[in-house]
Write a protein that binds this ligand. Structure first.
Ligand code: SAM
Length: 742
């Protein structure tokens, strides 16, 4: 193609894929077991890079990276409840683990290795099991362990997460007051950790003053992120959908009412990468791996971290991480941004934040190569011209005198064989002063925002004029109420905040004796209607972000469901409490709607799984019965105080009954904490499958017996009424041997 002529980017990408020899593997035809865990180019490339210090270590690395990954999980949160669950896991669950693994591997229980507590994870809250995900999913002796992992994950009490993926949030060191940005957040396992850190000091803040803004460019993955983060019920989370490399400056309101550009205290750049550190978990990467991926990703990785650095507050901290081992995606990106910052950014040593973690220092020398690693380049001058658009000068290490000043060795390289994990790269950067290329033009931003707001309002107005009657009620400045599929994802429902005067709020406030410190204008609904259905709550800084920036950036989700409309013939109040929001709302509720229950009462209430037959108040302890008498019909908070923790559960006082209003997984979680009998909820899917298969076989046998009988009777002389009926059938249909068979 002639120089200067515009290329079709899609055709170019297709051509490049062809040249790279990349073809999407057919995963159905090759299950993981059969994937050959080898790729000569991978081995040649990393051997060339000397990612291991010695031959011996290299051999260990190769053996480990071909092996399956052990399962890890962490207990979420730092609260007393989390500690109580940890205790149960370490005693009851691990005894069950030892029993089950002994059965699975036909060993004596004494021969089974106990799960390993990850020494570098804070408060001993993370464990590694000597089992793969597949072992757990497919082995009958482990069904209880599998059930436990599923239920507690859904209830938000544990997170199944790769060990190494837990490192970046730890070294980011989030405090409850921090303004945090997670630039590439989906599917959200690290976001969950950031949120937990924000909520780590409930005794100091009823609602943390800081927040987490979690963003991802992929609209569908944003919904996975919402699903993952929702388990934590934080009102301090905002999920957005934008390209992080061009993330817009956001506006915030200062305490004096003036506007400023938002800068973040902590930023996580867990950028898209080739993912070769996850080979143990995703063996299909063995087939796909090629160097072109790293070359293609270097550019976007650099642009994301550069934009992150611009949005970072002076004195703030940014963590750059990948699950790739490739220096092109790691050290080469970092040397570039640190150099460009001209001293404004500094790499810091974060090893002390993860004491006990084994890692190698960042690399200070690496080489580039052709995709087959048959030509190796130490400088850009050696690169043939036809590769100049793929291999860029900035990918090469800087001259050593410049490089030593950057301190790349402060980065953490976690290699799989060091402690039986996946591979990972983490770097911690701190900002010492403003960057020369940072754009902070508030005036232009405010003008642009106001223009977009005017245009949106005008468009909504003209749409309204074109509509009549019922339809016009659905028209709001942000678009129609129902989500509609668009080219770039869904158009979101609006965020409609309560005003200063709201009859529903007054009603709720009176009924629940709500403390006014729970800011009423932070309550919101997701549709414009007189009759609100679900009422959500978000923290004040999040509200401010939404109100100031909703025309600037696509907001996917915020707010925790706190009140739900619930009207039946007995209700005196139209809104019940939602368990999701109770974690926040509880601290703001008065005494009128509370009942303190004893353990036996709570166990009884939680064991009621038939909503049509709630426990009668007469079955409860006398003190609970008495309190029920004082309490009118409607939503209430059940409080249970244990030696080690206190639980709050949404309840419903009926005319003659009391029930707990929590979903199944949360019910099991609470019963587990209460050390109650869980056998009723323990489903053995293998037994179920066996029973279903036996029932199907019995049904088939019965069917074939009937058919045989019918055949036999058809062959017999036609005397009885039954055989007359068969005759009738036979008369209707032409009788052939084939008919009888079928
Ligand atoms: C390594 S994954 C992030 C994993 C996530 N941090 C976690 O812990 O669950 C990288 C993510 O970056 C997103 N991504 C890719 N390019 C992006 C961009 N330009 N801006 C924002 N996100 C991007 C991808 O959609 C993907 O979800």
């Amino acid at each position: 193609m002639a120089r200067g002529k515009k290329q079709n980017p899609f055709a170019a990408r297709k051509r490049q894929k062809r040249e790279n020899g990349y073809e999407r593997p057919d995963r159905r035809s090759q299950p993981y077991e059969e994937i050959k865990r080898d790729n000569p180019f991978f081995i040649k490339y990393y051997n060339l890079q000397k990612i291991c210090a010695t031959e011996d270590e290299w051999t260990q690395f190769l053996a480990c990276i071909r092996d399956n990954l052990p399962t890890t999980f962490r207990v979420t949160g730092f609260k007393d409840e989390a500690k109580a669950l940890l205790k149960i896991i370490e005693t009851e669950m691990f005894s069950e683990y030892v029993r089950a693994v002994a059965e699975l591997h036909q060993k004596l229980p004494e021969q089974v290795e106990r799960p390993l507590c990850l020494p570098w994870y804070p408060n001993g809250m993370a464990y590694q099991l000597h089992l793969t995900r597949k072992d757990i999913r497919r082995s009958e002796p482990l069904f209880r362990l599998h059930n436990f992992l599923i239920v507690e994950t859904t209830a938000g009490s544990i997170s199944r997460q790769e060990a190494v993926s837990m490192i970046p949030p730890i070294v980011l060191d989030v405090k409850p007051t921090d303004k945090v940005l997670d630039m590439c957040a989906a599917p959200g396992s690290k976001t969950a950790q950031l949120i937990e850190a924000l909520h780590a000091a409930p005794e100091d803040h009823r609602i943390p003053p800081g927040f987490v803004l979690a963003n991802d460019v992929d609209n569908n993955r944003c919904y996975m992120l919402v699903h993952q983060a929702k388990r934590l019920n934080s009102p301090c989370l905002l999920v957005t959908n934008h390209d992080s490399s061009v993330f817009p400056n956001l506006i915030r309101t200062q305490p004096d009412g003036s506007k400023s550009i938002l800068k973040f205290d902590k930023i996580l750049c867990d950028v898209p990468c080739s993912g070769d550190g996850t080979l143990r978990k995703n063996p299909d990467i063995w087939m796909k791996w090629n160097l072109a991926q790293a070359y293609n990703l270097h550019g976007i990785q650099y642009r994301i971290v550069r934009r992150g650095a611009e949005m970072l507050e002076v004195g703030g901290r940014l963590v750059y991480s990948t699950c790739s081992l490739n220096p092109i995606e790691n050290e080469a990106v970092l040397q570039r941004i640190i150099k460009d910052s001209d001293g404004a950014l500094e790499l810091v040593d974060a090893g002390h934040l993860v004491p006990g973690l084994k890692y190698n220092p960042g690399m200070t020398n690496w080489k580039l190569a052709t995709k087959d690693v048959d030509q190796v380049f130490s400088t850009f001058d050696e690169v043939p011209e036809n590769l100049h658009t793929i291999i860029r000068p900035a990918m090469f290490p800087l001259p050593s005198d410049e490089l030593t000043k950057l301190g790349l060795e402060k980065c953490l390289r976690v290699l799989p064989h060091l402690q039986d994990t996946g591979g990972f790269f983490v770097a911690v950067i701190e900002k010492r002063r403003q960057l020369s290329f940072e754009k902070n033009d508030l005036q232009t931003l405010l003008e642009q925002t106001s223009k977009v707001e005017d245009a949106t309002a005008a468009a909504a107005e003209s749409q309204k004029e074109g509509e009549t009657g019922e339809d016009s009620a659905k028209s709001v400045p942000w678009g129609p109420q129902r989500k509609r599929r668009r080219l770039h994802g869904y158009k979101e429902d609006p965020y409609v905040f309560f005003g200063q005067n709201d009859a529903d709020y007054d009603n709720i406030k009176e009924f629940y004796q709500l403390d006014e410190a729970l800011e009423k204008t932070c309550l919101l609904t997701r549709c414009l209607t007189e009759k609100k259905k679900n009422i959500y709550y978000c923290s004040e800084p999040i509200r401010d972000l939404v109100v100031n920036n909703e025309h600037n950036i696509k907001i996917i989700n915020t707010g925790v469901k706190t009140f739900v409309r619930c009207e039946n013939r007995h209700t005196v109040h139209p809104y019940r409490l939602a368990q999701e929001g109770l974690q926040t709302s509880n601290a703001f509720m008065g005494q009128t709607r509370r009942i303190e229950v004893e353990r036996e009462d709570l166990v009884l209430l939680l064991n009621c799984t038939d909503p049509t037959k709630p426990p009668s108040t007469l079955e409860l302890k006398p003190a609970t019965q008495q309190r029920c008498k004082e309490l009118g019909v409607g939503s209430c908070i059940l409080k249970y105080v244990d030696e080690a923790f206190t639980l709050f559960v949404v309840g419903w006082r009926g005319t003659s009954s009391l029930r707990a209003y929590v979903d199944k997984d949360e019910t099991i979680h609470i019963l587990r904490l209460l050390r109650a009998d869980l056998s009723k909820f323990e489903v053995n899917k293998y037994e179920e499958a066996k029973k279903a298969a036996a029932a199907a076989a019995a049904a088939a046998a019965a069917e074939s017996a009937t058919a045989e009988k019918a055949t036999a009777q058809a062959d017999e002389p036609k005397e009885t009424g039954e055989s007359a009926a068969v005759d009738k059938v036979d008369e209707d249909k032409p009788s052939t041997p084939m008919d009888t068979e079928s």
